[in-house]
Write a new protein. Structure first.
Length: 708
């Protein structure tokens, strides 16, 4: 069983790592992935060996919280409110510390000192989360550095305050720097709050459906809560209202905004399918409910996004990240030692604290998840859905893109345009026999043949036996007749003579038609020419892929000459025509010797499992389990996909480079490298301010991903 747990109280990547390691040690848990950015744990476990409640208790024992399903948004809001309270209390404390430090309010020295201790302690309590996180892991982390710096600053000033209150000569208010302590906590909390806010903003939010809807019952309109809708209800949807369920329009027509589904505005009329989460735009419509709640297409998309985002991020990040806090700590100790030897302890404390505070190691862990999330969001706007966090990494290195022809490069709405019946047979009989064989097929060409039978008003009985012949056609038995419907290759393999149709075959090939033959008991009855034009954006898409350095290959069941006629304007690099499934697989393996291969096909194509990257068109209202799903009927989405992937990887590399350069420069600046020439040292509170601003800017700038 697989379950997702929403966890509260995770404030650093080390928290996620600690929970993950503890879960993996439990017998019965097969896999555990904890996502710090989305505050979720995805756990695969044997429910017989370990109850789910024990998993929850393990998390709770470590001091974290488990959020119940449905309460995630409330918990996120509560968490943000806590950070907001911490920040403003610390801001208020720092303001009073400033007044006391500047002696704007004239008080005697003892009372001033006591008030400074009081307000600094409030700031300490607000920043106690850093100490809690530091003690949880007992390892050098970003929180450890902040806790160490702020704690030392607080304790140092407490010791000075004690000497002042004890009337030790030589100590006065000028020696107190509680203001610096307060500002350290203030800007550390601000930086953490900014990161938490960005992380929370990235959490998937389900579409808000109307809480009350109007149904039509026995000719009367009634308002009921959304929870009371059942399958089969007739719902009235007014303009600008959001559809609460998946269903079929039974009355009216309107434009429907499906931006949340596939980024498009489409016209819908009677008998058309509509989806929950879409917004009705222009006219009133009445729909019959077919799917509700978690069964709606929108919720399935959201679940798929959740699953992909909850998995461990696959974008390659430097292996030295866990050692960064330890390195910074050692660098701070060396800095302290150097200035102790050349100056004194009081002087050395300033660069020591500044080194600890100016760095922001957590940013390194957040760059990849932030880039992944933004890439997913941009892809969704383009009608592209990633089913795994590994997709962005897999896009890199794709050399060849294989397209299947029917329904992929073509519009997927084939139409019988020519029909040639062998002398001695009736057209209606041939059409009926062809439809019997094709009745059990899901191939687009079969739909074209069935449409001919429907137009001829022929009743189509069920075949007694049937068998799909991959890449060739269909075989069926009916009333002692063995019916074959399919390609030229199928007829040739079966040894069926085609002499009577030779001239018609040649004419259809020249016109670029797909050939569909009908034979019964080893005798040819007729030939159908099927037209399925290429998509309008096919040429533009292939040109754009060539510009990206990709090689394009077309797989089709058509004969070579037909395909050459059709594909010539598209400038496709290589054609594989009239090939068996085995020949197609061998070709894929051959191409994979030169580099990674992506395959674009309809969602049920068996070839998709052979690809390094599988890209499927969603055509049947269900979500296929392939790497990338194209929700829009636009081929150019593939180009957007590669632009997004390339942009994400480039952004990741630049983000890590700039973060690394910042840390190198910041560390030496905080250590006082300019002091011998300028006499200037960076104050610890300014270091904390720089850290909070840098944290926000790094995460914000990392999300600049392009789709074109």
């Amino acid at each position: 069983m697989q379950k997702t747990i929403h966890i509260s109280g995770m404030y650093s990547p080390n928290c996620a790592s600690q929970i993950e390691q503890s879960l993996k040690k439990i017998s019965g848990i097969q896999e555990a992935h904890v996502n710090f950015v989305h505050h979720k744990a995805t756990i695969l476990f044997d429910e017989i060996k370990i109850p789910f409640t024990k998993i929850e208790k393990t998390i709770l024992k470590q001091g974290y919280g488990v959020i119940k399903e449905g309460e995630e948004e409330q918990a996120n809001h509560s968490d943000q409110q806590q950070w907001k309270l911490r920040f403003f209390l610390t801001l208020l404390s720092s303001f009073f510390l400033y007044l006391l430090h500047s002696q704007i309010i004239l008080l005697d020295i003892e009372f001033n000192t006591i008030l400074q201790i009081f307000f600094a302690t409030i700031a300490l309590l607000c920043g106690s989360i850093f100490f809690v996180n530091a003690f949880r892991t007992l390892l050098p982390t970003a929180d450890t550095l902040i806790a160490l710096a702020s704690g030392i600053s607080y304790l140092y000033n407490i010791s000075v305050a004690y000497l002042i209150l004890d009337n030790k000569p030589g100590y006065g208010l000028a020696d107190l720097s509680f203001l610096s302590t307060g500002l350290i906590f203030l800007f550390a909390i601000l930086g953490k709050w900014a990161i938490q806010h960005l992380s929370t903003a990235q959490l998937n939010k389900r579409t808000s459906l109307p809480q009350e809807i109007t149904i039509l019952k026995e000719g009367k309109e009634m308002k009921i809560p959304i929870q009371k809708i059942v399958t089969g209800n007739f719902i009235i949807v007014q303009p600008q209202e959001i559809l609460p369920a998946d269903g079929t329009i039974i009355e009216g027509s309107s434009f429907v905004d499906e931006t949340l589904i596939n980024g498009t505005l489409v016209e819908k009329k009677k008998n058309d399918k509509v989806l929950a989460g879409s917004r009705n735009q222009t006219q009133k419509i009445i729909i019959k409910v077919e799917s509700l709640g978690k069964e709606t297409f929108l919720n399935k998309i959201a679940d798929l996004k959740d699953q992909s985002q909850n998995k461990k991020n696959s974008l390659h990040t430097p292996s030295f990240l866990p050692q960064i806090p330890l390195f910074i700590l050692l660098f701070a100790v060396l800095t302290f030692g150097y200035w102790m030897l050349t100056q004194n302890m009081h002087f050395a404390l300033t660069p020591f604290l500044s080194v600890l505070l100016i760095t922001t190691p957590s940013v390194f862990y957040l760059l990849a998840p932030s880039i992944t999330f933004k890439s997913n969001a941009i892809a969704s706007q383009k009608g592209i859905l990633f089913t795994s966090s590994e997709i962005l990494q897999n896009i890199k290195g794709i050399q060849t893109i294989i397209f299947e022809k029917t329904g992929v490069l073509t519009q997927g709405e084939p139409e019988v345009t020519e029909m040639h019946i062998v002398e001695g047979f009736l057209a209606k009989d041939v059409i009926k026999l062809a439809a019997i064989a094709e009745k059990k097929s899901s191939h687009p060409l079969a739909k074209a043949m069935l449409l001919v039978a429907k137009k001829a008003k022929e009743e189509i009985p069920e075949p007694e036996k049937w068998e799909a012949l991959p890449g060739k056609g269909m075989k069926a038995d009916y009333l002692h007749k063995r019916i074959l419907v399919g390609s030229l290759t199928l007829m040739q393999e079966q040894g069926i003579p085609l002499t009577s149709l030779e001239s018609e075959i040649e004419k259809l090939i020249v016109r670029g038609r797909t050939l569909v033959f009908v034979a019964v008991n080893q005798r040819i009855l007729g030939l159908f020419g099927v037209s399925d034009p290429f998509r309008k954006d096919a040429k533009e898409t292939i040109q754009a892929l060539h510009a990206l350095g990709k090689s394009v290959v077309l797989f089709t069941g058509d004969v070579q000459r037909t395909t050459e006629v059709l594909a010539k304007p598209l400038a496709i690099d290589e054609l594989l025509c009239d090939a068996t499934p085995e020949q197609k697989k061998n070709k894929i393996k051959e191409l994979q010797q030169k580099g990674k291969v992506a395959i674009v096909a309809l969602q049920k194509s068996p070839l998709l499992s052979e690809a390094d990257l599988s890209i499927a068109f969603c055509t049947e209202g269900s979500l296929p389990s392939h790497d990338v799903i194209l929700l829009k009927k636009e081929l150019f989405g593939i180009v957007h996909l590669f632009h997004i992937g390339n942009s994400a990887l480039t952004q990741l590399h630049y983000s890590f480079l700039f973060a690394f350069l910042y840390h190198v420069l910041a560390l030496f600046l905080a250590a006082g490298i300019l002091y011998p020439w300028t006499g200037w040292l960076l104050s610890p509170w300014i270091a904390a301010l720089i850290m909070s601003i840098a944290s926000f800017l790094f995460i914000w700038s990392s999300t600049h991903i392009s789709s074109a």
